[in-house]
Design a protein around this ligand. Structure first.
Ligand code: GDP
Length: 195
C-alpha cells in the first residue's frame, strides 16, 4: 500500500461533514488513552498526524484520513474517560452510533484494547455495536511491548475470553515502540481491499 499521500481530510462532529468519497473505510474505536492516535501515526508512518497526548479524553471529533485516494482510516472518539460529563459522553456515543449506523463505505470497525488489561464493560458494549455492523470482530491489543512474551500470551487469552472472540475474528498484538503488528495489520488490509 502506498503511504506517500496521506492526509487528515475532515474532523467531523456531524454526519453532514463526512467526506463525500466512496473509498472503503476502516474505523478505529477504543477507550481514551488506549493508544489510538499513536497507532494511526505508526500505521501511516507519520510522527504526529493524529494527536498523541498523555492527557486522555481530548478527541471529540470523527477524524477521516485519506490514504492515497484508496481508502479512509477513521478515528472515532475515545470513550470511557471518567472526567467527562454525562452530557458529553452521550454526545460522543451518539456520534459513534450515527457513524456506525449510516456509513455505507464502512468495511470494519477495529476495536483497540490495552494488552495489559482485561477489556472493560465499555469495550464489551463497543464490540456488541461492531458485531451488529461487521461480519467479524477485529481487535488490536495495544502497547504489547510492555509485556513479556508469556505475559502477552496470558493476556491475549484473557482478552479473547472476555470479548468472546471466535471463528473468523482476528486479534493482533501491536506496539508503536517496536513495530509489532504493523505487517500483520497491512496483510489484513490487503485482504479487505482485495489487492
Ligand atoms: P489515545 O488517547 O488512544 O489516542 O492514546 P495515545 O496515542 O495518545 O497514547 C496514550 C499514551 O500511551 C501515550 O503516552 C503514548 O505514548 C502511549 N503509547 C501508545 N502506544 C504505545 C505503545 O505501543 N507502547 C508504549 N509503551 N506506549 C504507547
Amino acid at each position: 500500500m502506498n503511504l506517500n499521500n496521506v492526509s487528515l481530510t475532515v474532523s467531523a462532529v456531524d454526519m453532514k461533514q463526512y467526506p463525500k468519497t466512496n473509498f472503503k473505510e476502516i474505523a478505529f474505536a477504543g477507550r481514551s488513552n488506549v493508544g489510538k492516535s499513536s497507532l494511526i501515526n505508526k500505521l501511516l508512518n507519520r510522527k504526529s498526524l493524529a494527536r498523541v497526548s498523555s492527557k486522555p479524553g481530548k478527541t471529540a471529533t470523527i477524524n477521516f484520513y485519506n490514504i492515497d485516494n484508496t481508502m479512509n482510516f477513521v478515528d472515532l472518539p475515545g470513550y470511557g474517560y471518567a472526567k467527562v460529563s454525562k452530557a458529553e459522553k452521550k454526545k460522543w456515543a451518539d456520534m459513534i452510533e450515527t457513524y456506525l449506523n449510516t456509513r455505507e463505505q464502512l468495511c470494519q470497525v477495529i476495536l483497540l484494547v490495552d494488552s495489559r488489561h482485561t477489556p472493560t464493560e465499555n469495550d464489551i458494549t463497543m464490540l456488541r455495536y461492531i458485531r451488529a455492523c461487521c461480519e467479524r470482530a477485529v481487535v488490536i491489543a495495544t502497547k504489547c511491548d510492555k509485556l513479556s512474551a508469556s505475559q502477552l500470551n496470558e493476556h491475549l487469552s484473557d482478552i479473547i475470553k472476555t470479548l468472546s472472540l471466535s471463528g473468523d475474528d482476528i486479534i493482533i498484538p501491536f506496539s508503536t515502540v517496536n513495530g509489532t503488528g504493523v505487517e500483520e495489520f497491512y496483510a489484513y488490509i490487503e485482504e479487505v481491499l482485495e489487492i
